[in-house]
Design a protein around this ligand. Structure first.
Ligand SMILES: NC(=O)c1ccc[n+]([C@@H]2O[C@H](COP(=O)([O-])OP(=O)(O)OC[C@H]3O[C@@H](n4cnc5c(N)ncnc54)[C@H](O)[C@@H]3O)[C@@H](O)[C@H]2O)c1
Length: 323
């Protein structure tokens, strides 16, 4: 069974998905849409598909079995809603939106239609995460720290809070999401931030650094650090302090488990985007949402978690997380 794929947004991450999807024998690229026509054309020349600059036109003109929505955070302006209206399953990149009310309405519409959805939290597909996940049901995790601390990404929209949502919402979201995936649901957050470390970069208005403290409903607490001011090697991952072991997870690379009497190190080897895309295509073919590790409905909760962290940062107060 051939799955006809269209892309809305043909930038950086879209191209990573195109590379992965082109390795699957049952996928055909039918539409490439970007407001930058050159990007859509370059993708079409390489992988196939009709070139569009208007996503409404593309979704109305051609037959599509599944859509990839790979837009910057500020550019969600009805693409998901039209896919739902037309019963087109979609994989959407994180963060799923910047507007929580609109995202909530999208969740409701997806439920009404029972539509297959996936969100680009590919870290959930790691073998090293599957290996450590059972430890989290033993009930002896005390607390954790999370980190996304490195330099500033090159895309222009990233450094504008109104366009990207800031680092916690846009980037450290992978760490917030992983904490939910492994630990459970957060109930409240408090955050602090600092600005002014990057005097050499013009026109940015996001925080340079933040620390978000979070309490989960099962009593676990932690602090998640974000920083985009480093000119040197950074740290991306999570450290978990259990009663009988300490786990250091380095994102997309390895876990180190220190039991006191021995140390175990396991390395990630798989292509995560390929795993994520394979699961999505299989789910579309078999109409089986359970193959997907991050649905829109689940990712909505990670969005709320990070938006609450932003609110705490702005208002300097504890924010209760309500979905
Ligand atoms: N899962 C991951 O690890 C991962 C990695 C990188 C980026 N992302 C996410 O993917 C999203 C896109 O990031 P990127 O790095 O590809 O950005 P990018 O700027 O490289 O690409 C975005 C593309 O969308 C196009 N675009 C903007 N508005 C549009 C519209 N209305 N219709 C059609 N095209 C439009 C732009 O012209 C651009 O080509 C972001 O939300 C980002 O957080 C996820």
């Amino acid at each position: 069974m051939e799955i006809k794929i269209a892309f809305i947004g043909c930038g950086g991450i879209a191209n990573a998905h195109m590379v992965a999807l082109s390795q699957l024998s049952d996928v055909k690229f039918v539409g490439m849409c970007d407001i930058d026509e050159n990007r859509a054309k370059t993708a079409s020349d390489k992988y196939g598909g009709k070139v569009y600059t208007d996503w409404k036109k593309m979704l109305s003109e051609i037959e599509i079995d599944a859509c990839y929505i790979c837009l910057p955070p500020f550019a969600h302006e009805g693409q998901e809603e039209l896919c739902i209206e037309k019963n087109i399953p979609f994989l959407i990149e994180k963060p799923i939106h910047l507007n929580k009310n609109k995202a909530k309405k999208i969740v409701e519409k997806i439920k009404e239609k029972n539509l297959i959805t996936a969100v680009g939290y590919q870290d959930r597909y790691q073998d090293i995460i599957a290996y450590i996940k059972p430890f989290f049901s033993e009930g002896n995790l005390g607390f954790f720290t999370g980190w996304w601390v490195n330099g500033m990404p090159g895309v222009y929209w990233w450094r504008k809070k109104e366009l990207s949502g800031g680092q916690a919402v846009e980037q450290t979201t992978h760490i917030f999401d992983m904490s939910r995936y492994l630990i459970g649901e957060p109930i409240e957050v408090f955050s602090v931030k600092r600005i002014g470390l990057m005097k050499e970069i013009e026109g940015y208005n996001i925080e340079d650094a933040s620390a978000v403290s979070v309490y989960f409903e099962n009593g676990v607490f932690g602090v998640i650090f974000s920083g985009c001011f480093l000119n040197t090697n950074g740290k991306v991952g999570l450290d978990f302090y259990f009663k009988d072991k300490v786990i250091e997870y380095t994102e997309r690379q390895k876990v180190k488990i220190d039991y006191g009497s021995k140390i175990e190190e396991i390395y990630e080897t798989g292509n995560l985007i390929l795993k994520e895309d394979t699961a999505f295509i299989e789910a579309v073919k078999t109409k089986n949402q359970s193959l997907i590790k991050s649905s829109y409905e689940d990712a909505y909760k990670t969005l709320i978690f990070t938006l609450c962290a932003n609110e705490a940062m702005e208002k300097n107060k504890i924010v209760k997380i309500k979905y």
